[in-house]
Design a protein around this ligand. Sequence first.
Ligand code: ADP
Ligand code: MG
Length: 389
Amino acid sequence: MRTLDDLDVAGKRVFVRVDFNVPLKDGVITDDPRIRAALPTLEKLLHRNASLVLAAHLGRPQGADPALSLKPVAERLSELLGRPVALSPEVVGDASWDLAQNLRPGQAMMLENVRYEAGETKNDDELARAYAALADAYVNDAFGAAHRAHASTEGIAHHLPSAAGLLLQREVETLRGILADPARPLVAIVGGAKVTDKIGVIDAFLDRADAILIGGAMCFPFFSAQGHRTGQSLCEEEGIAPAGRALDDAETKDCDLLLPIDLLCGEEFSADTTVTPIEGVNVPRHLMGLDIGPLTAEKYAEVILDAGTVFWNGPMGAFELPPFAPGTRRVAEAVAETDAVTVVGGGDSAAALAQFGLADRVTHLSTGGGASLELIEGRELPGVAVLEG
Ligand code: ADP
Ligand code: MG
């Protein structure tokens, strides 16, 4: 993969694709780690006397929706960089062209939300060429969007000297390192809502990991495949067959596929419901499993504390509801405490770590949920492939 060291940027204009898809509430940014994560790349380029044309997407606008303007993002970035960041009122056109032409070394501007242009997600080549015309070189630091072949993540790279930014490089090297040469034992913790979202990751780890710890609502398709009762639990119907297949595969592979041995149940998905712990995993008809139980949490914690490498994606339960946060919290604490290399991917897993104040206690917190899963599955990311070879 070409990196910043392969690119001559002094006195040049560099088009930098970043992942600034931050959560907004009433036009105010509620959480800015994604913006902060791009700062090393931006500062390095500015330090090398480049000027920056920044491009990012925000949400899924239908046309130029002012509610999804990058204005608050440009303002926050300007504060963080300690220099002005002019926001063009459009993506490509005369205004963006003029702003770009007038950039001096060390200055930065930002295009409006690239998804205002319909051609962005279609990887339209005319749009890619219009982006390329704004700059002399292209840097992609948007790991969270690297699994999409869009005009600003893939198309543009065909028209300019191009390289990965520091964040993209670190994400790809760290995640590939887990697959290639992990310190053993390699333990994967996979949770969350749907098994079909993560079956590719489970399959990949069945071939590579020493243990896989399953939690979250996605344990119910496994239990259903084993003939247990799941009660009112969230149990993805289409997940039952793939879960059954994974259980069969695990028999022949050198990997322990661990499922919960006890559960915390409630009557409904609510913080006010009565909490009923159950031993075993047969959920009574009127209850739903909303967290792993304490025996499971302790057992998982032991495996994590003995690991050499840990990959975690997906919470162990409905951690947003305080009575059902303990399982996810115990796992998060073990991930924070273990001497293993720890890599966490996934929006809700990252939110859980932040909720417990442990976000800075892991080796690597991935900024890309979908992109990190696809890399682990061994799939090629279009935004990365175009920077290779
Ligand atoms: P990530 O974003 O880390 O990849 P997911 O999006 O797959 O994670 O899953 C997170 C969601 O799964 C959370 O909203 C959580 O409430 C839900 N969840 C986890 N366990 C359960 C459960 N037992 N019942 C219902 N929902 C659950
Ligand atoms: Mg999620």
